[in-house]
Each structure stands twice: as C-alpha cells, then as structure tokens.
Design a protein around this ligand. Structure first.
Ligand code: IVH
Length: 729
C-alpha cells in the first residue's frame, strides 16, 4: 500500500519481519519509473520515511560499521556503569533498544560483528542474567499516609472490624530494598528481590555476602520449622555509602545518588566478590510459613532475633494510637542518628488471627499502614555558585547558601551536581531555594521558590570556561559533568593530584594539609607529586605555620613512604579510573609498573574486572610524555614500583611447568583463590591466551573471544570440575 507520495517518489512498505522492514522505493525520473528495493531494521535511528530522507536509511557499509562501533561502545559503557558502578544511566527499555539495534545490524552485516560484541555475552552482564523465582506469598506494598488524620481513620476502620482489644507494633520504615529469604531445614536456600511482587530476581549468591544474615540457623537452635520465609530490607549503611562515594571521587567518577540506589544496584551486580566488599546490611521484619507456632508478630520477630537474624531494636509494641503518635514523634529526629536511611514508620496489628480477620485489599494488607515523614525543608537564599574543579578536571557546581538551620544542622552549601541539575531546577541568580533533608543526611536543593524570584533575575549560565584556568570546558557525549581538559596547567587539578597522592589510602604522608600544599604549589616548589621528594627541611620551614619539628616530620613521612607497597603507589599516581581496588588488581596481575606501562589494551582487559574504559585510560596516561616523566621521577625517588609477591605455601608440584589462564565465574572458588591454588601446586598464571598456554580454566560468563582464541590455538579448555580432577589425580 503506498505510504505517501512526494516529489515523484513513492515508498511501499512490503513487510516487517524479525525487526527488519523491507521496502520498495519507486522513483519516476524522466526515463520512466524504476524500483529500488531495500530493507532496514526498524530500530535504526531513522526518521519519517516520508520526509524525503530515504537515502539516510539505506545504510551503506561504512555507516553500518560506524553505527555498530558506536552502539558497541555505548552498550559497553552502560554495562560498566550498571554493573561496576551501580548507575542506571538509561532505562532498561532504552538499553534493550540499543542492544536490539546492534543485534539487528550484526545480523544484516555479519562481517562487522566483533568477536567480543556485547550481544555475544552468554546470559551474562548484558542480559542482566538473574533467573527469577516465584514468591510463595506475594510481596505486597503498604498503604501510605503523611497525615495523622488518615492514621485515625485507619485505626477507626480496624476497631470497627475487630473491636478494641488489640495491639500495634510500630517499626521504622527502612529505605532500602525489600528481600525475601527462604530457609529450608535451617539453611538459606533462596533469596529474591521483590520484583513485580509475584516474581523477583534470584539474588541468592549476592544475599549470601550480607554478613549479618545467617546462612544457617544458629547451632543449638532446634526449634525452627522445616521451611520458613523471612522478609526484610537490605540497605547500604551510610558510612559505607560515603566511603564508596569517596572512592569514586578518587577516580574522578560521579557519586552515587543515594544509599537506596546504591543498595539496589549492588544486589544486582554479577560479581558477588564486589557485592561482598560493598558491605550491605539487612534488617528483617517478618516471618512467614505454613503452620508456624507464633500467634503474634512481636513473638516471631523476637524468635527471629533468637535464631540470629538482624532485627532492628527500634520496634515497639503500642497499646493504641496515642502511643503510636509518641513513637512517630520520637523517631522523627532520632532516626537521623541511625546508620540507615528511614522515610517513615510502619504500623502493624500485632496479632495474626486479627490480621486474618482484617484481610487484604488488592494491593496491601488492611492490618498495616506506612506513615511517611515529610522531608524536612527550609527556604534560604542562594548567595553564589562555586564551581569546584577536581583532580580529573570534573567540575562540580555547589550552591553557596545563606546559612539555614535544618533538622539540627546548619546548611551552608549543597551540591548541584551538574549543569543538567541546574537546568532542571531552573535556578536564577539570587533565587530563594527550598532545601530538603529526606531519609538521608545530605541536604539537597529541591526547587526554586518562584514566589520570591526577583524581577529580571537571570537564569544561571553554566560557565563555558574553567573558573580556575580559563580553558574552555568540555562535556563528553553521554556524560553529565563538564571537564576542564587542561590537565597539566590547571592549578586546582594539580593541587588535587598532590592531595590525592599523599592521602591515607595512597602514600599516607601526614603533616601535609591542603594549606601547606597550596603554599608549596604557589611557590613553585611542588608542581607534581614527584616534586615532594625534592623538598628540603629548609624549604619546608620557610612556609607559614610550619615549625622545625613539623618540617622534620614531613621529611620523615616522605622517607617512610618509600616503602609503601606498589599497589598503593599505583593508586597514588592517580591514573583516571584506577581506584584503590583496581590498582591492587593490576599490581597483583602485572607485578611491576613497567609491565603495566607496556601492556597492550587486550592484555589489560584480560585482567578480571579491568574493562575497556580503564584499559583505555591507562593507555592514554602512558602515551603522555609528561606522565612518563612523572612516574620516572617517582621511581628515581625510590618508591616501590613492583609488588613483593607473598610466598605461597607449596601444597604439591602437580601442576609444575603448566600454565593457566583463569577466566569467568566459578561455583566453588573465587578467581583469586584459583590463582593461589594453581601457584601453590606449582602452576603458573599467564595474562592472556596464547599458543604457549596449557589450560584455559573457564568459568561461567567468560568472554567468548578467549574461548574462540583457545579453540583456534588448540589450547585445552577445562572446567572447574576438570581442574579439581587434575589436582586430585
Ligand atoms: S512490612 C505488606 N516493615 O516498605 C508489606 N515493610 O511499602 C509488609 N519496608 O516493600 C511490609 N521497612 O520494602 C515492612 N519495617 C518494615 C519496613 C518495610 C521498610 C518496605 C518494604 C516494603 C515496603 C512497603
């Protein structure tokens, strides 16, 4: 059927099949009409067929190759953000759209398919490969209220149905991620997220890393039912959240928005090792099962505690609404002293028989309700916006506020995160702003008070140039932050690099605060961290507020830093995206800085958990002569540029002379444990698959390129079970 006719060109859609639209274009030039047949995948970023743009969707090979590369990079980037950094920058729908587009293009242009295309990862990171489990009892939600009046109505409804003889239990409403934990014969067998309430993601492996959750019920406890389900809330404690954000700052990455997102992102990580390091916690608040011997919620919660489950001691039995109101009042401010974000309280009828009488509505129980605290807010004047330039050149706008008291603390500053946020809030110069403190401690700007906006006030213009050095700012596609690209000569970046270098987790040089660094930098004594090692006691005593004793301490600390282990030196050097953990991985793998410097991109990405972005960044760093000069100077200063390998205790010589590459995820061992096991039995680990490799020890979710290479080179591919067999032979 003709779609539309324009300028003597008609377009017919013939069919749609498997994501591809086949079409005909009929043109009517002077010499008579001719047909042009073509096809395009319906997910190309194309336009309206009828807008006479048709030449744009007949993808030629060059365009297809470019688009395949662009999509591959994008998907890899979003995958990295999602799995390594717990940031969902795009919705699942958008992600799937990109993946479908790539799949379609690869199908149409198979020769452009990369061996390590993200479409090829077996059930792995791309497909967000968690299996789902059906909940035995649906995971419902709670009715919410912000008003005391509605609580009175809730109470009245209950009294009408069950009379006046009942008790409530009040609990805090923890702001985390709901979890269901199934115990069979006292052992945790399945952990699942809420999902859509009927089915959730099976996150058993990750839940097992939550130390406060018992993997099996305490020894000696004999009184547990054969099967029961526990529900609770997983959260990231605020101090952990702050540490993670500090570590992200270390590598110049945007901070995670809030602990709730951080917890939920962490639970969905593929690598349980990373989950374990995120130190999630859990509070449980309900026990379910068939024929359980408890009559009340408070009795089952007390029993859960007995069995070793983490129960928050903040719950309270309440005789009636007045006590409930007392509880609400008590926790309105005290909740800010807890290590977990809370956004309200949950009021539950205590007695199970009475709960049954009350029953459920379609979505929630009639026997419980959530009372949400209103976020505490204040109104104050915007005095200025400061644009802070970090170590990697990332610019962060910070609102400087007229000091205002909010929930017990004076707020003077609030991060505005990036240009998008300023635009979203539509902030004008001199505006009056609403500041809120929600379940978390960090105050945030929620809106501008339009009623107080001064006439003629101008919207905030994000600076085009670096406020410190005047270099035009850049913003990479897909990134929210602006960067100052003047790495070498932008003073705050240089100073921040020195501060990073001396930090506690890096070279740990005490007695050098930001003010001393400022002076050293301004006097031209220390421009790169390596210059610290040229400092003399005299130069130091010449600084303001630096006595002889302090100067001697600085020199001593610099001296001592010469024995700081290589992994920390590598972190201190300050390569973008190389945080403390990545530095440790690289150091353990390559052992020397020289080896890292000479490693190719593929050798770098062959290291577990080193992705494209990190590898790229390392390559870029060493491609810069100034950086090479800087690390050479550090080496000349006598810093540790190689790792002292701890001696592994030899168990046997069974693997003597044999080489291994370990890749993927294993059921019984971590990759590190396998590496140690191999070395303890005389084997050697190689960094990549090559003809001289004896065994590729392949776990789940291993990249297909390694496998293909091993098969091509005739390298033996063995499983974890094969490995154990070899060891036990
Ligand atoms: S009881 C029928 N107790 O709030 C649901 N939930 O909107 C019974 N939550 O999905 C849930 N703290 O994730 C309950 N002390 C608490 C809670 C709590 C947080 C969350 C939970 C649930 C949501 C209900």
């Amino acid at each position: 059927m003709p779609h539309k006719r324009r300028k003597s060109i008609t377009c017919f859609v013939i069919s749609r099949l498997d994501g591809i639209i086949y079409f005909t274009i009929k043109a009517y030039p002077k010499g008579g009409p001719f047909n042009f047949y073509g096809s395009f995948a319906n997910h190309y970023p194309t336009y309206n067929l009828c807008e006479n743009h048709f030449t744009r969707f007949i993808m030629n090979e060059t365009a297809a190759l470019a688009r395949i590369q662009e999509l591959t990079d994008k998907i890899n980037y979003y995958n990295h953000q999602y799995y390594q950094n717990s940031i969902s920058e795009i919705t699942d729908f958008e992600f799937d759209r990109l993946l479908n587009e790539l799949t379609g293009l690869e199908k149409e242009f198979p020769r452009f398919q990369q061996p390590d295309s993200p479409t090829k990862r077996v059930g792995g990171t791309v497909t967000k490969g968690f299996s789902t489990v059906k909940h035995r009892y649906p995971m419902l939600s709670l009715g919410n209220t912000y008003s005391e009046q509605e609580l009175i109505e809730f109470d009245t409804r209950i009294r009408k149905m069950i009379g006046d003889d009942f008790q409530y239990v009040c609990e805090l409403k923890f702001d985390g991620v709901a979890i269901s934990l199934l115990y069979q014969d006292g052992v945790l067998t399945t952990a699942a997220t809420r999902g859509d309430g009927v089915r959730g993601d099976d996150i058993t492996h990750n839940a097992r890393t939550i130390r406060s959750l018992p993997l099996s019920i305490r020894q000696g406890a004999r009184d547990y039912p054969a099967e029961f389900e526990v529900r609770g809330e997983v959260f990231m404690p605020l101090p952990v959240f702050e540490q993670i954000n500090a570590a992200r700052e270390d590598i110049g990455e945007a901070s995670l928005a809030n602990p709730r997102n951080a917890a939920s992102g962490t639970l969905k990580l593929q690598d349980s090792g990373v989950v374990a390091r995120r130190r999630l916690q859990c509070f449980v608040y309900s026990l379910m099962g068939e024929n359980l011997p408890f009559q009340t919620h408070s009795a089952s919660v007390a029993q859960l505690q007995q069995w070793g489950f983490p129960v928050s001691p903040t719950y309270q039995l309440c005789g009636g609404l007045n006590e409930v109101f007392g509880y609400i009042q008590k926790w309105e401010t005290e909740r800010f002293n807890l290590p977990v974000g809370t956004d309200g309280i949950v009021i539950k009828v205590n007695d199970y028989a009475q709960r049954e009488e009350l029953g459920f509505t379609a979505k929630s129980p009639r026997w419980a309700i959530a009372y949400k605290y209103k976020a505490l807010s204040a109104n104050t004047e915007l005095l200025d916006i400061e644009y802070n330039v970090g170590r990697t050149g990332a610019v962060t706008p910070v609102a400087i506020l007229k000091p205002v008291l909010l929930a017990g603390t004076t707020v003077r500053r609030a991060s505005l995160h990036n240009a998008n946020e300023i635009e979203r809030l539509d902030i004008h110069q001199g505006d009056s702003l609403f500041i809120e403190k929600g379940g978390e401690i960090i105050p945030k700007v929620t809106a501008a008070d339009l009623t107080k906006r001064k006439q003629g006030s101008q919207p905030i213009q994000y600076p085009a140039e670096c406020p410190a050095c005047g270099t035009p700012l850049v913003r990479q596609e897909g990134e929210a932050a602006h960067y100052c690209p003047n790495e070498r000569n932008c003073p705050p970046q240089s100073k921040a690099r020195i501060e990073h270098f001396i930090g506690r987790r890096a070279m740990n040089i005490e007695n050098l605060g930001p003010e001393t660094i400022e002076q050293l930098f301004n006097k031209g004594l220390v421009i790169t961290p390596a210059d610290l090692y040229d400092l003399t006691e005299e130069q130091l005593t010449g600084l303001d507020r630096m006595g002889k004793k302090s100067a001697q301490n600085v020199i001593k600390a610099l001296e001592a830093s010469r024995s700081v282990p290589f992994n920390r030196v590598l972190f201190a050097i300050g390569i973008r995206f190389v945080g403390a953990t990545v530095a440790e991985k690289l150091a353990n793998h390559f052992l020397t800085l020289d080896a890292i410097r000479q490693a190719t991109f593929s050798e770098l990405v062959a290291v577990p958990e080193i992705g494209d972005r990190i590898a790229q960044s390392i390559g870029n760093f060493f491609a810069e002569p100034a950086n090479v000069a800087y690390v050479d100077k550090l080496a000349r200063a006598g810093l540790q540029m190689q790792l002292e390998r701890k001696e592994v205790t030899r168990e046997s010589e069974k693997l003597s002379g044999k080489t291994f590459v370990v890749s993927g995820i294993f059921a019984n061992y971590s990759r590190e444990a396998l590496t140690e096991k191999i070395e303890a039995n005389g084997g050697r680990i190689l960094s990549g698959v090559s003809a001289k490799l004896d065994y590729l020890l392949a776990g789940d979710k291993m990249g297909s390129s390694k496998l293909q290479k091993a098969e091509k080179l005739g390298v033996k591919v063995i499983s974890e079970a094969d490995f154990e067999r070899i060891l036990n032979e």
